[in-house]
Design a protein around this ligand. Structure first.
Ligand code: ATP
Ligand code: LTN
Length: 335
């Protein structure tokens, strides 16, 4: 508890171009609930190097991601928006937690299995222990709440298990965090294959709406979206393509699936796809405009990065020191 508020932590990787899934599943919820908490939003660039990155490209993407956090509506004066790599405590705590995590637990992580299959030529130890670094991110700030999309639930469960295990040995050191899954947009599916989640690393660009897509591209992708055979806009499990489009429409307009069914009663897929495209464009346009404005303001962004790195270091140092003491690391003698 800081300043009488509970603590919230979340982060995103600076790999690939952010999609509508990232926005509706994570970023949008961050903005909605941020006022109620003392918040830390990290650009988790250390997680990014678990797959090969071009250094200049990673630097560029990481800065764009940090800018996007602000463009989405997170005020950097009120929210600690920072780079993971600027706070050495993440790696230091991750090492300690590695010694409290079992191989069998990490072997069960589906994201590891997916990524290992995708990057068969580079199955490095970092990819395997990725969830431990994520646990360190969260526990370092004693986070109560972690807003993420459903795909991250397994990592969050592991974080809780590690925290509880550590607390059972050493006393109440860590806050055991809860996941926060938003009401809508928790799992946005690919427009080309509604059985797969929309992902920034998908090879088929037509399956994903990127946050920087222009209106024509957005409209074209929705027109081409895979739909079903019933030819009516109904929210049911048998129509995964339409189900996904209704979810997107509701997340962008604030309407319910029932209201959407009523609105498009007797109308075809074509009309509906056009409306979904327009709803998405009206969310992306202001976001893109704010992003462009902020990107021009180098001094402002540099100031935010400097100030918030300091703030994150300050808060994280408290937990790290406590953990180091608990496990038996000596202090540097005074004098
Ligand atoms: P990658 O394809 O590189 O694995 P990703 O698109 O899955 O990336 P992440 O960086 O892993 O994105 O996720 C950032 C945040 O966005 C997480 O909180 C995650 O749960 C959320 N998220 C990612 N994809 C979706 C999606 N399709 N629907 C809802 N939330 C999502
Ligand atoms: N693993 C997450 C990104 C991530 C994260 C975190 C999310 C790294 N550390 C801490 C929430 C809290 C992902 O792949 N989306």
């Amino acid at each position: 508890m800081l300043d009488g508020k509970k603590t919230l932590f979340s982060g995103m990787q600076a790999t690939g171009n952010l999609t509508l899934g990232n926005y509706l599943g994570a970023l949008k919820n961050w903005v909605t609930i941020s006022d109620e908490y003392q918040t830390f939003f990290s650009v988790v660039d250390m997680h990014s190097i678990t797959v090969r990155q071009d250094p200049a490209e990673l630097r560029k993407r990481a800065r764009a991601l940090l800018t996007l956090y602000i463009a989405a509506g997170l005020d950097p004066e009120k929210n600690c928006i920072y780079y993971q790599s600027h706070v050495s405590g993440h790696a230091e705590l991750a090492w300690i937690l590695n010694c409290f995590t079992y191989m069998g637990e990490l072997n069960r992580m589906t994201q590891f299995k997916d990524k290992a299959a995708k990057h068969a030529d580079n199955i490095n130890a970092g990819l395997f222990t990725y969830p431990v670094l994520m646990a360190a991110d969260i526990l370092l700030y004693q986070a109560d709440v972690v807003p993420v999309g459903i795909d991250q639930m397994q990592h969050l469960e592991l974080t809780r298990d590690i925290a509880i295990r550590f607390n059972n040995i050493y006393g109440d050191v860590f806050t055991v965090p809860e996941a926060y899954i938003g009401k809508s947009g928790a799992r946005v599916m690919s427009l080309q294959d509604p059985a797969k989640k929309m992902s920034k690393s998908d090879e088929n660009p037509n399956g994903s709406i990127y946050l920087m897509d222009d209106p024509d591209t957005v409209m074209r992708k929705f027109k081409r979206a895979v739909t079903d055979s019933e030819a009516c806009v109904r929210y049911c499990d048998g129509q995964p393509g339409i189900h996904n489009l209704i979810d997107i429409y509701c997340a962008c307009t604030g309407k319910t699936p029932q209201e959407t069914e009523a609105e498009f009663d007797g109308r075809g897929y074509g009309d509906f796809k056009g409306a979904v495209g327009e709803a998405v464009v009206s969310v992306l346009k202001p976001l893109q405009a704010r992003f462009a404005d902020l990107s021009k303001n180098k001094d402002y962004l540099d100031g935010v990065i400097r100030e918030n790195a300091r703030k994150a270091q300050y808060f994280s140092a408290k937990t790290l020191r406590k953990v180091q003491k608990k496990v038996g690391f000596p202090e540097i003698p005074r004098g």
